[in-house]
Each structure stands twice: as C-alpha cells, then as structure tokens.
Design a protein around this ligand. Sequence first.
Ligand SMILES: [Fe+2]
Length: 235
Amino acid sequence: MIQQYDKYKQEDHAVWKILFDRQVDNLKDKASAMYINSLNTMSTVLNANQIPDFRRLDDFLLAKTGWSIEVVKGLIPVDDFFELLSNKRFPSSTWLRSRAQLDYLEEPDMFHDIFGHVPLLINEEYSDVMHHIGKLSKTRKYDKAFVQIMERFYWFTIEFGLIKEKEQRKIYGAGIISSFGESKAIYSAEVLVKPFSIYDVVNHDFTKSEMQQEYFEIDSIAQIRDALSYFENMI
Ligand SMILES: [Fe+2]
C-alpha cells in the first residue's frame, strides 16, 4: 500500500494544520527536549503547512537512522507489528480524523502515527531501542508470555511513557504526544505517575479504549535500553 497523496482535500490539509499548530503550542513546556529537537530537525518534511508526503519523510528518515514508513490500514496483529520494527519499518495509517473528531479517536490516525511516533525515530538512541524491541520480539514470537511482556513494555514506554528532564515531568510517549487532552491530563493531581520499574510494567495490564490510570516515568532512554537487555536474558 502507498499513501495516495493526491486524494487529500483542502479540508484534510486544514485539519492537519489545526492539529499540528495546536499541539506544537501545547507541547512547548510539556514534551521532552528529545522530541522537540527531533520535530524541529524534521521541519522541512514534517510541518503544519500540509499533510506530510511519506516519500519525503522516508528520504529524510532513511538518511538519518535508516527507518521508513510502511502504510497500513489501521491496527495490525502484534507479530506483524514487531516484524516491521525489526526491519526498521514503522507502520502508519494514511487517514486523518475529521474536524468534528479532533479530540476523539477509536483508532490511531496519521496524526498519531506520524506526529506522535516519527520524529523520535531520528534520535539514534531511541531508534536503537525501537529496533531492538522489534528484533527481540520477533525472535521470541512463539512465546506468547514473552510477547505480552513486550507489548506491555512498548505500551508504557513508547506509547505512554514519561521522562524526567531537569527534575520536570516531560512526555515522550506517542499516545500522549499526539493527544491534546492527555498531554494536559498527565499534570493533573488525579493521575498516578510511578518511577519506571520493569516489574511494575510487565505486570500491568492495559486497555486501549480508555485513558491510562497510571504512567511510568523514566530517567533516561538508557533505562529502557537496559530493560531490553534484561528481557533479552530472560529464559
Ligand atoms: Fe502508537
């Protein structure tokens, strides 16, 4: 499948611009420096002006860290997902929410997949972690308990992870980065944020349909890289 860029209408580009501008402004004091730097670095191919053209994104990503985008219709089976990561392919849908749906989505759209996930792929340390998650999950794909561990790990780090930067709570998880509401909510008193712990994360179930009740905060990307080494040595 490929992105059929010519099919996007003016309205789609206008919705993209609303989402992009609103969230960049909102994330100024909330997103991790790692994310903001990466987004700024990609500004020629990923910006508010128009829906990104995946061919241009691919050229940029391939030159930086060797990633590229695999167009998918929507959510894909977990084995296929990890297989793609093991090949440095990141799955993205090509549809975009409507103006009436700016803040409610049943399935991830292109704004989540691209704005939320793709910028960090040009960060080398993060890119290595993503690649490692894919390779490790793929080699143990017949071990369902292990795959579940990797799914939970991915969920509470890559999708919904927080990071402590200069003693402040910052966001790097793509699910929060791409959500106007959730990126504000993680600063509310009702939200529980725990220091990242392998034990807590792998024993924590999650639902995709509701906002998270608990989040895990890392000190650095090295912490999740070390967790992967731990998983690698698990029997
Ligand atoms: Fe995601």
